[in-house]
Write a protein that binds this ligand. Structure first.
Ligand SMILES: Cc1ncc(COP(=O)(O)O)c(C=O)c1O
Length: 402
């Protein structure tokens, strides 16, 4: 006799706190696309959707690995040539006290493993506000409440140190620093890094340094790794192939653990336990890591040229448009303009998709200071697409809020 399912299967209540505004908007865009409209996508941080292509020598390296039979599991931390290349890259960034390196399925998995290996129920982790929603999603999955610190718009979106000091509790285990930042495009000053490192020293915090955009600095100032500034502090620096090397679909990321060996070792044992439990990251794609880090970097010249031109176009539009103001992004490919409107930024974004078919993400999807409203622009599309999109957003603002 066939069995029937009597009751619906409810998901875990922890998931009520998981939000991922970027992808959730896709449902509304689907509706609009079904009506036959072409969507201008200024919402997804995937360079390969636009005119950016993975460097061919990296593709060759992966193809060769597959042909050479590197299709089984790899060691859990990753293959040696790739680990060596990441250590070499860390040394070039001035990170001197490396204690471990491990490769994961994107930085997303590094974050998942590093947070799961650290946090007990009742602990908390400082995360930026606005933030990249991966962090709050992983914390929700672990049943850990949010403890967010503000980025300061008046100070070019640098972390608000006073707010960080106020938020540290006896159960605070670490702090996440996204630098260059998503969603604001800000880059931390050296003085800021030093002050955050000092707070970590005083309060025994692990610093999670998400530096996945470290080669996409639009200005010519160099990126400074916090692990370089704070060689004695436990730091896990996150990097990967998704952004700097234009291969997000390969799902290759890594963590570089630095600090004093005796302090960080027990935590690294925990991380390695979880790395072994999930077997390994994608194997053939790991062969692209030495090709990327030690091979030609020519693509970066072109990528930065495009980003600079598209950032400038974006800033020009922001300063020409009523009700919009924006701190100029210095890194990555995001701008986070403030808008002065009488309704929520979620309504602004939803109506913009419905009426003008342009997709951006509302500030409330990333978190923001109460009373402020923003939206995030991904300025990866070419100049023509950006110009069309900005003209449509400009008309929308004029028509709706005149
Ligand atoms: C700040 C930040 N960290 C991590 C990630 C995820 O990276 P990955 O593709 O390596 O999982 C992203 C993706 O947009 C990001 O913006």
């Amino acid at each position: 006799m066939p069995l029937t399912q009597a009751r619906e299967i409810a998901p875990a209540s922890r998931l009520e706190n998981v939000r991922y505004a970027i992808r959730d908007l896709a449902c509304i865009a689907d509706e609009v696309a079904k009506q036959g409209h072409k969507i201008l996508p200024l919402n997804i941080g995937d360079p390969n959707v636009f005119d950016f292509v993975t460097p061919p020598h990296m593709i060759e390296a992966v193809y060769k690995a597959m042909r050479d039979g590197k299709n089984g599991y790899s060691p859990s931390s990753g293959i040696k040539p790739a680990l060596d290349a990441i250590r070499g890259e860390a040394a070039r960034k001035g990170i001197t006290t490396i204690q471990d390196v491990f490769i994961t399925s994107g930085v997303s998995e590094t974050v998942d493993i590093c947070l799961a290996a650290l946090l007990n129920p009742g602990d908390n982790l400082l995360t930026p506000c606005p933030d990249y929603p991966l962090y709050s999603a992983v914390l929700a999955k672990l049943g850990i409440g949010l403890n967010t610190y503000y980025l300061n718009e008046e100070d070019g979106w640098q972390p608000d140190l006073d707010d960080i000091r106020r938020k540290i509790t006896p159960r605070t285990r670490g702090i996440v620093l996204i630098n260059p930042n998503n969603p604001t495009g800000s880059v931390c000053t050296r003085a800021m890094l030093e002050q955050i490192a000092e707070l970590a020293r005083q309060h025994n915090l692990v610093i999670f340094a998400d530096e996945i955009y470290d080669k996409l600095i639009i200005e010519d100032d160099p990126h400074i790794a916090i692990a370089k500034v704070a060689p004695d502090v436990p730091v896990i620096t996150f990097g990967g192939l998704s952004k700097n090397y234009l291969a997000p679909g390969w799902r290759i990321g890594w963590g570089i653990a630095s600090g004093e060996a005796s302090v960080i070792k027990p935590y690294l044992d925990g991380i390695n336990k979880l790395l072994r439990a999930r077997l390994c990251a994608n194997h053939p794609e790991q062969y692209a890591i030495p090709a990327a880090l030690d091979g030609p970097q020519d693509h970066l010249i072109e990528v930065k040229r495009k980003l600079r031109s598209r950032r400038d176009l974006t800033m020009q539009w922001c300063s020409d448009t009523p009700r919009v103001s924006c701190v100029a992004p210095r890194g990555a490919f995001y701008a986070y303009p403030r808008i002065d409107i009488p309704e929520g930024d979620d309504v602004f974004v939803t109506e913009l998709i419905r009426q003008k078919h342009v997709m951006v993400v509302h500030g409330s999807g990333f978190g923001q200071r109460p009373g402020t409203k923003h939206f995030r622009i991904v300025f990866l599309p070419d100049e023509k697409t950006l110009t069309d999109a900005y003209s449509a957003i400009g008309s929308f603002i004029r028509e709706r809020y005149q």
